[in-house]
Design a protein around this ligand. Sequence first.
Ligand code: FES
Ligand SMILES: [Fe+2]
Length: 351
Amino acid sequence: MTSFARNQWYVAAYGREVGRDLLARTVLGEPLVLYRTEAGEVVALADRCVHRRFPLSESRLDGDRIVCGYHGFTYAPDGGCVYVPGQQRIPRTARVASYPVVEQDSFVWVWIGDQGLADAAAIPRAPWLADPEWTTVSGMEPLDARYGLLVDNLLDLSHETYLHGGYIGTPEVAETPITTEADEEAGIVRVSRHMHGAECPPFYAKSTGIEGRIDRWQDIEYHAPCLYLLHSRIAPEGVAPGPDGDDGGAFHVEIVYAITPSTENTTYDFWAVARDFARDDEDVSSFLHDSNRAVIMQDVEALNVLEKVIATEPDGYQELSINIDTGGLAARRILARLAAGEQVRAGADAR
Ligand code: FES
Ligand SMILES: [Fe+2]
C-alpha cells in the first residue's frame, strides 16, 4: 500500500481551472471542492456536506457561500455552516474542513496535513510558468496508476528512446550515462545527462528549426514529493555557453510536472512546457502542446498497464535495478522517509 506524505504541499489545479464554478478534485484521498470568491481568492473545502454527505461540488455558489444541493446547508469560505433549514440553532459541529491554499507559478497548491505545519515559503518554485519572458503550454492528464510509478518514469528518461521514439526519444538518450545527486535532507534529487552531437528529435527540430546534430542537456531537479523540473538545453553541436554564463546560442525549455496523488491508485499528472524562443509563434505553441500531450499519453498508457500488472503480482516480487535507476531509487527513499516520518508524528499525536 502506498503511504502518502501528508505534511507537504501538492498542486490541486491550475489557477485558470478555478473560478466561479465548483471544481472537484481528490488529493491524498481527500475529496475537495475548489472555487474562487468574488474577490478572487481560491478556497478549498472538504467536498462532503456534514448533513448527509452530498458533494458540495454538485451544489451551487451564492456569493462566496456554497449552498448544499440536497437540503440547503450553507457554508462560508472558512468551512463554517451559516444556515441550516428549519431551525435557528446551527449545531456547533456543522462545519467542513477548509484547507490552506497558495496560488503560485500558475498552480493552486493545497495543504492536506497538519495545518500548524503549513509553511507557504516551503513551496518549491517553477517561475517560468508565470513569467512573461517565457511562453508556456500546459495541461493535466489523470492517471490510473499510483504516483510512485510516475516518479520512477520521470526520473529515468532513458525510456524516451523506447517509449517516445518519433517525438523526444533518440538512441543517445538511452546510451548516455547519467550523473545522480541526492540531497536527502532537502528532499531533492538531481539527475543529469549531457549529450553531445546527438540526433535532434522532431520535438526540438520542428520547434527550434535546428538542422543537424545537437548538444542536448537534460538536468532534472525533483523536489519531493510533488514538483519535477527538467531543465532542457538544446544547441547546435559545439555551441557552448560563454565564459560569463551567457547562453544566447542555445534554446531553453523548462519542462515542469506536478505529481499529485489523488487516491492510492490514481494520480494527477500536471505538465507544462515553457520556452524562451519563438515566443509569439502560435504554430510552435500548438506543435509543442500536441507533441507533449502525445508523449504524456504514451506514458499514461504504459503506467496504467504497470498498475494493472502490480495489482496481480504475488507479494514479494523483486524488481531488478541498474545504473539508470539511481535517481528513481533515491526518490523512493526520500518519499518513504517523508511518509514514514509523518506517520510517526501522527501516531505520537494520537497518544
Ligand atoms: S446533505 Fe447537504 S444539506 Fe443535506
Ligand atoms: Fe515519458
